[in-house]
Write a protein that binds this ligand. Structure first.
Ligand code: DGJ
Length: 723
C-alpha cells in the first residue's frame, strides 16, 4: 500500500469571521413566516383557506424578495396566499394544496405529518393554522383539526451561523376521549417540481456500514428506515439532495437533513401527485402507535434540515460545524479525542489483570493516552454465551478488582476506560435468572436470541433505574474516565406485556427516552466521564446518541483501505470530531488484506486515532513506527478533528487513490492525505489540488516522511483552490 501525505503549516493574516445573525419574521397580521440565517431562507405562509403552505427553502433571499411564484390573493402586508382548488375528480383540493405539515385526511395522497384514529372511528384529520409565536430565533406555529380538538405545534429554530433549521412537532389531544396516533413526523419538507433531483443516502450492514448510494427522486418514494428498535446498520437517518448536472462535491445546491433519534425511524423521499418533492421524517409507523389520553401530548425528536450552495462538500462542512457547536455534549469546548488503545482485537474475551497490564505498558510507550479494556472483564464472561447483565468484576480474571490495573494505567500516564453493554442480557446470567420478565417479550412466544443475548426492556422504569444504579456504582467505585457503550443486536418480539394493550407499542419511544435519560443522568452525576457509542460498529450512530456521547465507533471493519470508504461515508453526515479509527493487525480479520503499519496509521489518523492491535506480537520496529505516527498525529489532531474537511478524491471513484484534506479553523495548518486504495496497473497517484487554504498565507509544506523537519518548502495558499 502506498500513501502520500503532507502537512501544511501556514503563517499570515487571520481572516475575519463573517458576522452571524438570524431573523424570524412574522409581521403582525400577516400570515407569512420567514426564517433567515447563515445564508439560508426558510419560509411558509397561511393561505386563504387556512392551510399552512411551504413557500421556500434555499439560499438567502433579500428582504423584499417575493416568496410566491403565482399570484397571491392579495399582496402587500398582509399577504394572503391562494388556496388551490380541485384539479380533477381524482385530485381534490386537499391533495393539491402543498401543506407544510398535513394531517391524513381530505384525500391526501402524500406522506402525512400525522395520522390519527379518533375514538368514534373517524380517521379524517385536516390541519389548519391556528396561531403562531416568535421567540428569538424560534418560531412556533400551532395547527388544529378543522372539527376536533387535536392540535399540532410545529417548532422551528434557525441557527444564525449555518442556517440549519431544527424542526419538531408536538401533537396534543384536547378531546375528552383518547385518540390513537398511528404516524407522527418531526418534519415534512418540500422542494419544487423537478426531475433532476438526486437523493444521496447511507446504507450498509455490520462491518460494511456507510455505503453511499445515489438515486433519482421519483414518484416511487425511497424509504430510509429502521424497524429494528435502534438506528441500525441498514439506513442512517440522514439524507442529502442535489440536482443532476448542477451539484458536485464543491458546487451546486444541496438540501440535507438528519433525524436526532436512536430508535426505529422512517424518512421517505419522493415526489407527490403533482411532482413536488416531499421529505417526511419521524417515528417509524411500522408496528407503532401511541394512544393519547385526554390532554396528553406526544413530542417528536428533532429533524435538522440544512441547505448549502457549495455542493456536497460544503453541506458536510456546514453540518460538521453545526454538529460540533450544537450537538456534541460540550460543543466547541469538547475535549479533542485522546489517542486510545482498545484490547478487543488483541485479546477478545481473554482479559486478565496481568495480560492487560502488559498491554498497557506497551501502549504507554507508544504515546497512548487512554487504555480501554473491552468485553470479557465481568461476570461469567468467557465467551459471548454468558455474563451479560452481571456488571461485577470477574474475580478469576481480576482477583483484586479493577483497582490494580487502573492504578497501573494511571501510573503510566493514561486514563482508563471500560466496555459495557448495559441494554443486553444473556440467558446464562444472574440478572436473567432473577428477572426473566425484564426482557422484551410476548408471553408464551419464543424469545429470539441474537449473539446469544436478549434485549432488556428499558421502557420499564424498574429496568431503567436498575441500569442507572449499576453504571453509577461502577463509575463511582472505580476511577473510570471512559465507557465504551456497546449494543449488539436488533429487536425481535418487541412486547411489553405489563402495559395495557393500547400502550404496549409505546416501547419504541419510551425505550429510547429512557436510554437518553440514563446517558444524561450518568453524565450529570459524573461530569468528567466520556462515553463512546458503539453498536457492533456503526449500528447506532445518529444525532440523538451523538448528543449524549463523546465519540462513536463507526464500524467493526478495521481494514484500513475499507475504512477509507467507511470514513468517506460517515463524514457525509457526522463530524470527524467523533469518528474513532483504530490501527489493528494485518492481515485484517474482515477481508484478509495485508497492509503496512504506515498505511494503517495514516488511514486511522484521518479520524480519532486508536490502536487495537495485539502489541504483544509487535517487533521493535513496529513500536518505532507507531511512536513516530502517534507523535505526528498529536501535532495535527486539532486540524483533523476540528478542521474543515475537503474530499479531493473519493475512495469510491475509479481513481487508484483517494485524498482528503483538513484545514484548521484558523487556516494556519492543513493536512492532506492521499492514499492508494486499489490499484491494478501500478497507477501513479492522480494530481490533486489543495482546497480551503487561505490565499493570503504562505504555507510551509512538509511531506509525511519529513515530519521532523523544522521547515518545509514555501507554497502560497492561493496556488491551491480556496474551496
Ligand atoms: C462489538 C464491538 O463493535 C467491538 O468493538 C467489541 O467491543 C465487541 N462488540 C465486544 O463484544
Amino acid at each position: 500500500m502506498r500513501w502520500r501525505n503532507a502537512i501544511l503549516a501556514g503563517v499570515g493574516l487571520v481572516a475575519l469571521a463573517a458576522p452571524v445573525s438570524a431573523k424570524v419574521t412574522a409581521p403582525a397580521g400577516a400570515k407569512v413566516f420567514r426564517l433567515d440565517g447563515g445564508g439560508v431562507t426558510y419560509a411558509m405562509g397561511v393561505d386563504e383557506k387556512g392551510y399552512l403552505q411551504p413557500l421556500y427553502w434555499g439560499s438567502a433571499l433579500a428582504a423584499g424578495d417575493p416568496l410566491i411564484s403565482g399570484d397571491p390573493v392579495k399582496t402587500g402586508d398582509p399577504i394572503v396566499l391562494k388556496a388551490p382548488g380541485e384539479l380533477s375528480g381524482f385530485d381534490p383540493a386537499g391533495s393539491v394544496t402543498l401543506q407544510e405539515y398535513p394531517g391524513q385526511g381530505e384525500g391526501l395522497v402524500s406522506e402525512p405529518g400525522v395520522k390519527a384514529l379518533f375514538a368514534d372511528g373517524n380517521r379524517d384529520l385536516v390541519l389548519k393554522y391556528r396561531s403562531h409565536k416568535v421567540s428569538g430565533e424560534t418560531l412556533t406555529v400551532e395547527l388544529a383539526d378543522i372539527r376536533r380538538p387535536l392540535f399540532v405545534t410545529l417548532t422551528y429554530t434557525i441557527d444564525p451561523a449555518t442556517g440549519i433549521v431544527a424542526r419538531s412537532a408536538r401533537v396534543r389531544n384536547g378531546d375528552a376521549r383518547p385518540v390513537r396516533v398511528d404516524q407522527l413526523a418531526a418534519a415534512v419538507l418540500s422542494l419544487p417540481v423537478g426531475d433532476d433531483y438526486r437523493l444521496h443516502y447511507l446504507t450498509g450492514r455490520h462491518a460494511a456500514e456507510w455505503t453511499q448510494k445515489t438515486v433519482p427522486i421519483e414518484a416511487a418514494a425511497t424509504v430510509l428506515e429502521s424497524r429494528r428498535g435502534s438506528t441500525g446498520h441498514g439506513n442512517n437517518p440522514w439524507f442529502a439532495i442535489g440536482r443532476e448536472g448542477l451539484t458536485s462535491e464543491e458546487h451546486g445546491p444541496v438540501w440535507y437533513g438528519a433525524l436526532a433519534w436512536s430508535g426505529s425511524f422512517r424518512i421517505s423521499v419522493g415526489s407527490d401527485n403533482l411532482g413536488r418533492v416531499r421529505i417526511a421524517g419521524g417515528y417509524n409507523p411500522y408496528d407503532f402507535s401511541w394512544t393519547l389520553k385526554p390532554g396528553e401530548t406526544l413530542d417528536t425528536p428533532v429533524f435538522y434540515a440544512g441547505y448549502s450552495g457549495d455542493g456536497l462538500g460544503g453541506a458536510s462542512r456546514t453540518f460538521h460545524q453545526f454538529e460540533v457547536a450544537h450537538i456534541l455534549p460540550h460543543g466547541t469546548k469538547a475535549r479533542l479525542r485522546p489517542v486510545l488503545y482498545n484490547s478487543w482485537e488483541a485479546t477478545a474475551f481473554d482479559v486478565t489483570e496481568a495480560g492487560q497490564m502488559a498491554l498497557a505498558e506497551k501502549a504507554a510507550k507508544i504515546g497512548v493516552e487512554r487504555f480501554v479494556v473491552d468485553d470479557g472483564w465481568f461476570g461469567a464472561r468467557n465467551n459471548d454465551k454468558a455474563g451479560l447483565g452481571d456488571w461485577t468484576v470477574n474475580p478469576t480474571k481480576f482477583p483484586n478488582g479493577l483497582k490494580p490495573l487502573i492504578d497501573r494505567v494511571k501510573g503510566l500516564g493514561m486514563d482508563f476506560g471500560l466496555w459495557v453493554e448495559p441494554e443486553m442480557v444473556n440467558v446464562d446470567s444472574d440478572l436473567y435468572r432473577a428477572h426473566p420478565d425484564w426482557v422484551m417479550n410476548f408471553p408464551d412466544r419464543p424469545r429470539t436470541e441474537g449473539r446469544n443475548q436478549l434485549v432488556l426492556n428499558l421502557a420499564r422504569t424498574d429496568v431503567r433505574d436498575h441500569l442507572l444504579g449499576v453504571l453509577d456504582k461502577l463509575v463511582s467505585e472505580n476511577d473510570i474516565a471512559f465507557l465504551k457503550w456497546d449494543y449488539n443486536r436488533n429487536w425481535t418480539e418487541a412486547g411489553w406485556p405489563e402495559q395495557p394493550v393500547a400502550d404496549q407499542q409505546r416501547v419504541y419511544v419510551e425505550y429510547v427516552r429512557n436510554l437518553y435519560y440514563i446517558l444524561s443522568e450518568l453524565r450529570r452525576r459524573h461530569p468528567k466521564l466520556e462515553i463512546e457509542a458503539c453498536s457492533g460498529g456503526g449500528g447506532r450512530v445518529d444525532l440523538g446518541i451523538i448528543g449524549l456521547t463523546d465519540e462513536v465507533w463507526p464500524s467493526d471493519n478495521t481494514d484500513p483501505a475499507d475504512r477509507l470508504t467507511i470514513q468517506d461515508g460517515f463524514t457525509r453526515a457526522y463530524p470527524v470530531a467523533v469518528m474513532m479509527a483504530w490501527v489493528t493487525d494485518s492481515p485484517n480479520w474482515a477481508n484478509t488484506r495485508v497492509t503496512s503499519l504506515d498505511y494503517r496509521f495514516l488511514s486511522s489518523m484521518q479520524g480519532g486515532l486508536g490502536i487495537g492491535a495485539n502489541l504483544d506480537k509487535w517487533a521493535d520496529a513496529d513500536f518505532a513506527t507507531a511512536r513516530k505516527w502517534v507523535a505526528a498525529y498529536k501535532t495535527i489532531r486539532e486540524t483533523v478533528q476540528r478542521g474543515s474537511l475537503y474530499r479531493l478524491e473519493s475512495p469510491t471513484g475509479d481513481n487508484a487513490t483517494s485524498a482528503t484534506m483538513y484545514v484548521g479553523q484558523d487556516k494556519r495548518q492543513a493536512v492532506l492525505f492521499q492514499m492508494l486504495h486499489s490499484s491494478m496497473w501500478r497507477d501513479n497517484p492522480a494530481a490533486i489540488h489543495a482546497q480551503g487554504l487561505d490565499p493570503v498565507r504562505v504555507y510551509s509544506v512538509r511531506n509525511a516522511r519529513r515530519l521532523g523537519a523544522a521547515r518545509g518548502r514555501a507554497c502560497a495558499g492561493r496556488r491551491g483552490r480556496t474551496g
